[in-house]
Design a protein around this ligand. Structure first.
Ligand code: SF4
Ligand code: SF4
Length: 370
């Protein structure tokens, strides 16, 4: 199987302010092109695009292509599970939303220490294992957002898991918070295959600051076609031997064309490219302030809809360039609460997979922009 997977959490939109307004026609075009180029893996989840990603997959992929021509991964929203009865209810709903009779890959979504305790309490692992016995799923895993110690505990207690999905990118490899490297080594130690999410860290590694871009351009100056920074990040993740799939949340035909171009005939990073990655990582670590991936989980939890990811994007931009862009703040806060209106309830921080001190950074942002 080719190592690039289509993550359907950042699909093209008709209205950039409305995550539910998926551009179905463009997604169909992207789906067809992806399959034509020999890629087969699609990844969706219950909450993506305000719960519209699964039905978009049904319309663009399932209804228009033979079931054995693609592999589909979906995820149980364990954060919403409050009793054992919720598992079959969500699963049946997901089959219906996607229009399929089975999933090739099925994951417990967004596993971490707290959610692990809940999943054990309500029998989540046994439920999913049983789905596999019944043939309703083919392979069973979980997506993970916590530290390597927690991953070690879960994999030791649940050797039946087939694979893990990890946030893995070159910037987070040695990060004390995301612990990409340590988590990867833990998965390898347990003999698990790894599905990679966030290989470009929510776009951060696709749009490098100018200082890093200068180094990047100089390195590839003799190439007939200048590669994209995203290609370096995706190839980095795909070069790791235990990586089965690298998911890319593609948002346009052009992004898909770029991603599939270098992953069609995948070449692992050379030793020189690995040194380039180290150099760029050093530059980024000096400049990036908030390790936000724009996953928007916090936005869904926030009772007053503070536009956290966009505000953090502006905070990072200021850290790199020293510039404020008031026009963007006006736009980003138009249908959202301002940073200074934060209630300090902490709901966002409880769900943030990156464990970001959101309230503290919002205060800093408010001082800067308000
Ligand atoms: S702490 Fe502030 S930003 Fe976070 S969920 Fe509460 S109100 Fe929203
Ligand atoms: S602050 Fe955390 S939850 Fe919110 S978008 Fe960023 S990474 Fe995701």
């Amino acid at each position: 199987m080719k190592k690039l997977g289509f993550g359907t959490m950042r699909l093209p939109l008709l209205n950039p302010e409305d995550p539910a307004s998926i551009d179905h026609e463009q997604f169909k075009e992207m789906t067809d092109l992806f399959l034509e180029r020999g890629f087969v893996y699609f990844d969706t989840a219950y909450p993506y695009h305000q719960e519209h990603s699964e039905e978009a997959v049904r319309e663009a992929l399932v209804k228009r292509h033979p079931r054995d021509s693609f592999l589909l991964a979906d995820k149980m929203p364990i954060i919403r599970v409050t009793s054992a009865d919720d598992y079959p209810r969500y699963f049946e709903e997901q089959l219906e939303r996607c229009g399929v009779e089975y999933f090739d890959y099925y994951l417990l979504h967004n596993m971490g220490r707290d959610r692990y305790e809940n999943t054990k309490k309500f029998g989540g692992f046994a439920f999913v294992e049983n789905l596999k016995k019944e043939g309703k799923i083919r392979k069973f895993g979980f997506s993970f957002h916590d530290d390597a110690e927690t991953l070690e505990m879960i994999l030791s207690e649940h050797p039946e898991v087939d694979f893990v999905q990890l946030q893995l990118n070159y910037l987070d490899w040695n990060s004390a918070v995301a612990q990409s490297g340590k988590c990867y080594e833990t998965a390898v130690h347990h003999g698990k295959k790894v599905m990679v999410m966030e290989p470009v860290k929510g776009g951060t590694l696709a749009q490098l600051p100018e200082e890093a871009m200068e180094v990047f351009r100089a390195f590839y100056k003799d190439e007939p076609v200048m590669p994209s920074p995203a290609s370096l990040a995706i190839r980095y993740a795909a070069t790791l031997p235990a990586t089965e799939i690298v998911l890319s949340g593609m948002s346009s035909v052009s992004q898909l064309e770029d991603n599939t171009s270098f992953m069609s005939d995948f070449k692992p990073l050379s030793e020189k490219e690995k040194k380039l990655v180290n150099e760029i990582t050093g530059i980024l670590n000096r400049t990036i302030k908030v390790p936000c991936t724009s996953c928007k989980y916090c936005l869904e939890e926030c009772p007053i809809s503070v536009n956290i990811p966009e505000y953090f994007g502006l905070l990072n931009l200021h850290a790199v360039t020293g510039k404020k862009t008031n026009m963007y703040y006006q736009r980003f806060s138009m249908n959202h609460a301002k940073a200074s209106e934060c209630l300090k309830c902490g709901k966002c921080e409880r769900i943030c997979p990156q464990h970001i001190a959101i309230r503290t950074y919002l205060e800093e942002f408010a001082k800067l922009y308000e």
